[in-house]
Design a protein around this ligand. Structure first.
Ligand SMILES: O=C[C@H](O)COP(=O)(O)O
Length: 247
């Protein structure tokens, strides 16, 4: 299980990369679950990371938008993709199923590598996950929107999370879990064995809107290493086959 760290600026990005994050995710935590950074800031961070850590995979979010905001979402995906990140993360918020399916179909046609992020505050819709699994996305994630309402584990049952991980991996995609996850959740995460787990709040000294704390990141990193030493190497082998460039 790899560590995705969400960062908002160049300083945090370099600290997260040096601290051992496996994926760097660019977002503005003060602007919501998938708060977007201005393209100029994304380009600045991408340049700094490509220079210092050229092999590190980078993602960026486009901001929180309702599923039916088609034009706005398309424009933001293009703007963020053009900044040179490897993946563009797009939230699939709850609500109108038809709009969600239409959004997935459009994102699958995007020239950029889009990672849909299912906003799971009210659970995961297996039919929607199934629809996404049939489209050519490199990865799928789950995250939560209301960070005060507990963690992903308070919103989605472990059985449903296990089914999500299994289905997405079975479709040949990377699978990631996030949503107010803390270090104490790592043993439960390790049992689910997603390819990566995403963190912001756990890496900050105060709230997730505060500043990234390199010591907190190192602590999560160490805990993950300890758990990885115990979990089955065949999971990593599977992930290597799906996305060899990431390993
Ligand atoms: O992509 C991962 C998110 O940034 C996770 O943020 P969080 O740990 O504060 O829920």
């Amino acid at each position: 299980m790899r560590l995705l760290a969400s960062v908002r600026d160049r300083g945090e990005a370099l600290a997260a990369a040096s601290g051992g994050a496996d994926f760097i995710d660019l977002k503005e935590p003060s602007d919501g679950a998938l708060g977007g950074l201005p393209p100029a800031r994304i380009r600045e961070i991408v340049a700094a990371l490509r220079d210092a850590h050229p092999a590190l995979p980078l993602s960026a979010t486009i901001g929180d938008h309702p599923a039916d905001a088609a034009d706005e979402i398309d424009a933001r995906v293009d703007a963020v993709g053009a900044c040179g990140v490897d993946y563009v993360k797009v939230g699939v918020a709850g609500g109108d199923t038809r709009a969600q399916r239409a959004l997935l179909a459009r994102l699958a046609d995007s020239p950029w590598a889009v990672v849909p992020v299912f906003i799971a505050d009210r659970g995961l819709d297996p039919a929607l996950v199934e629809a996404a699994c049939e489209l050519p996305f490199p990865a799928l994630m789950a995250d939560t929107e209301d960070k005060r309402a507990g963690s992903l584990f308070d919103c989605v049952s472990e059985a449903a999370l296990a089914a999500f991980v299994e289905r997405v991996r079975g479709a040949g995609k990377l699978v990631g879990l996030s949503g107010a996850l803390r270090e104490h959740h790592l043993p439960r995460l390790a049992l689910l064995a997603p390819d990566f787990a995403g963190f912001r709040g756990a890496l900050c000294h105060g709230p997730r809107t505060g500043v990234l704390d390199p010591d907190a990141l190192r602590s999560v990193r160490r805990a993950l290493h300890r758990l990885s030493a115990r979990h089955s190497p065949c999971i990593d082998e599977g992930a290597r086959r799906i996305a060899p460039s990431l390993f």
